[in-house]
Write a protein that binds this ligand. Structure first.
Ligand code: MG
Length: 501
């Protein structure tokens, strides 16, 4: 059996190697590729991905999985072999169900939908995107039926991004979360003049911003021998290997947090990837347990650490160093408050940590209604606008700053948005557990000693890669199920102190 396992591993290594190449080409496409290279790159990536899909779904692989599965589990559920087979079987079973013709139809429809979304957003005209959203909806309904004909479509799709999660649980999570956050948002609105983000507005040299971003992520533990940081319009993290993780950030001359916090956020994703054990390289165990668990890491560093009072105290000298004169008269407290201004806004990616999850709730509700047929595509913009008014008291003036703002639906991903909220919830739970273990994390952060925090996350979360499903991983790490209370408590405590209510 050991021999057969080696055979399976060699087969998977070829797939992983192709995936690694595709990932670096995809990174280049979004960071350095000249615009006219787009067509050739699209063809190269499509060819690679098709080869990868064919190789991955080869019947011999399925036969080896079937033969080895029980043998591997018998070695103990936590063993490398057992986890390897579990992770591979999950991926294989999903991939093999999707016929190549469907995968290709889906991919072509996404390309067309992305083009249409881009045009629609520029013209702020939902009608340009509407037929493509309808197509995405129908394709996702088909995909859901292929993947799990017994499940409700939303559950089948959600399982791709957050294995084990269900719509029933999400409904309860969002209900509790909204009930907890709405009074906080109201209380902040009554004191809206109390916090100024003026220190972050002005004219900041983009090159200096990137130097600051490099210094920040290096301090957090990002290893530049095993990764890079570059600039791209939409920040992201990708990787060709456990030892080659790429992050990007952006730089807006007039708004410093766009660079700083995107950089810290993506660094959080990267630290998770870089934390996989070396023997997970080119195995299905490398990476993160789910998108939600991944987001718990990015949001932990971005918000729980990066927007904390001790972080402001530690970071102020760096701001002064990279922007001489601009921060001289500011105190750490000014910086802390500037980083935590909360106000209803129309755009999710610019939302503060209090209002952010209401943006997600709105998208989740629209996705579920579209998929269960209770909302028609043509009525989606009106639903968007009325929910915005209901949740945040503001309404978009047009579709570009409303329903057309996010790229996700044009890329065929429905059922993905809730993972952002799940990450925020888990980050608060992890922080509480970390403080129980490490004691005064504020003192560590104020001194710029981030290594103990990273080591704690590494030992509890990163070291397991994709060995366990997200909820099992959380249970093992901190002995808790995912819950809403710790996040709401964290928000209430932090913002009642900042705003004085
Ligand atoms: Mg993220």
């Amino acid at each position: 059996m050991e021999k057969k396992f080696s055979q399976l591993r060699r087969k998977y290594e070829e797939v992983a190697a192709l995936g690694s190449a595709a990932s670096v080409l995809g990174w280049d496409q979004r960071v350095y590729m000249p615009p006219k290279g787009a067509e050739a790159r699209g063809r190269a990536l499509a060819a690679l991905e098709e080869t990868l899909h064919v190789k991955f779904t080869a019947p011999e692989t399925g036969a080896l999985i079937a033969e080895l599965y029980d043998w591997a589990q018998a070695r103990g559920g936590d063993s490398f072999e057992a986890a390897y087979l579990r992770a591979l079987k999950r991926d294989y079973d999903k991939a093999v169900k999707l016929p190549a013709a469907f995968v290709s139809e889906f991919s072509l429809a996404c390309t067309a939908a992305y083009e249409a979304w881009h045009k629609a957003k520029q013209a702020s005209d939902f009608s340009v995107f509407a037929p493509h959203l309808e197509k995405m909806l129908q394709l996702n309904l088909r995909k859901a039926a292929i993947l799990d004909p017994k499940a409700a479509p939303y559950d089948a799709l959600l399982d791709i991004y957050e294995p084990g999660m269900t719509r029933a649980r999400l409904d309860a999570i969002f209900a509790e979360l909204l009930a907890g956050l709405k009074p906080v948002i109201k209380a902040i609105a009554a004191k809206s003049g109390k916090v100024s983000d003026a220190p972050f507005r002005g004219d900041f040299d983009p090159a200096a911003q990137l130097r600051l971003a490099d210094e920040l992520v290096k301090a957090l533990g990002f290893d530049f021998d095993r990764g890079r940081q570059d600039r791209s319009p939409h920040p992201f993290t990708t990787g060709g290997s456990i030892n080659d993780i790429r992050i990007t950030t952006r730089a807006h001359a007039d708004w410093l947090p766009a660079c700083v916090y995107a950089s810290i956020h993506e660094c959080g994703h990267a630290l998770y990837e870089l934390g996989s054990p070396q023997d997970f390289e080119f195995t299905p165990l490398a990476g993160g347990a789910s998108l939600g668990m991944h987001e718990s890491q990015s949001r932990f560093w971005e918000n729980v650490v990066g927007r904390s009072r001790p972080f402001a105290a530690w970071a102020l000298p760096l701001y002064r160093k990279h922007f001489p004169g601009k921060f001289d008269n500011l105190t750490p407290e000014d910086l802390y408050r500037a980083a935590n201004k909360s106000a209803p806004s129309l755009v999710r990616v610019e939302a503060d940590e209090v209002t952010y999850n209401l943006h997600i709730a709105l998208r989740y509700e629209i996705e579920t209604m579209l998929l269960d047929g209770s909302l028609k595509v043509k009525d989606a913009p009106a639903m968007w606008n009325s929910r915005m008014k209901d949740y945040l008291g503001i309404a978009p003036a047009n579709d570009a700053e409303g329903i057309l703002q996010d790229v996700h639906w044009s890329q065929g991903t429905l059922g993905y948005f809730p993972t952002y909220t799940l990450g925020n919830l888990a980050a608060a739970q992890l922080f509480n557990a970390m403080k129980r273990d490490l004691g005064d994390t504020d003192a560590l952060v104020a001194r710029g000693e981030f290594a103990p925090l990273l080591a704690w996350l590494g030992g509890k979360i990163h070291v397991h890669g994709r060995k366990y499903l997200p909820e099992e991983l959380l249970q093992r790490a901190i002995g808790e199920k995912l819950s809403v209370g710790p996040f709401v408590d964290y928000i209430k405590a932090k913002y009642s102190e900042i705003y004085g209510f």
